[in-house]
Design a protein around this ligand. Structure first.
Ligand code: FES
Ligand code: FES
Length: 180
């Protein structure tokens, strides 16, 4: 059992407190934007903010985040308008998108403390693995998001269209009755 705040809401997980935060978020809270990649701390797909710091949720237990404030990709911005999200779209730094939530979290944490990061700063603070190899575009996008945060430019690109759980449910065609 663990009590914490997730995306601004008080949550009590009735799970073994040794359960990784990743599984509490994905399986109990249905916050599936946080991805399971390696489960060993290597890929960064599972990153979430814990009291503003980007952590790998596969390596953190529920007991370790007791009383702390967790922000997942769903809570970072409800309408995908965070400058990192807009810059990733504008720079076309998304391919399959599996790594993207963890990258957005890591980049948002970096820009919150340094809105003018060098490529070396980005490599250090956003070590996430991307199988699609978006790294050069990613660096450009994070630096562009920094310029947006410093009010040096704006991004007019709309965020990528999203699919709500309700939309997804409607998109599933009704099963035809089995023929006998
Ligand atoms: S799933 Fe956590 S670092 Fe890969
Ligand atoms: S965009 Fe495909 S893994 Fe990064």
């Amino acid at each position: 059992m663990a009590r914490l705040t997730v995306n601004g809401r008080a949550v009590e997980f009735k799970l073994d407190s040794a359960t990784p935060l990743l599984w509490g978020l994905r399986d109990a809270a249905n916050l599936t934007g946080t991805k399971y990649g390696c489960g060993e701390g290597d890929c960064g797909a599972c990153m979430v903010l814990v009291d503003g710091q980007a952590l790998r949720s596969c390596l953190v237990t529920l007991a370790e985040v007791e009383g702390r404030e967790v922000t997942t990709i769903e809570g970072l911005s409800a309408d995908r308008s965070h400058p990192v999200q807009q810059a990733l779209v504008a720079e076309q730094a998304i391919q399959c998108g599996f790594c993207t939530p963890g990258i957005v979290i890591a980049a948002a944490a970096l820009l919150a403390r340094n809105s003018d990061p060098s490529s070396e700063d980005i490599a250090e603070a956003v070590p996430n693995l991307c199988r699609c190899g978006v790294y050069p575009r990613l660096t450009r996008a994070i630096q562009r998001a920094g310029r947006v945060l410093r009010r040096l430019e704006t991004i007019s690109a709309a965020p990528a269209p999203g699919i709500t759980p309700e939309d997804a449910a409607r998109a599933v065609p009704a099963m035809a009755p089995e023929k006998r």
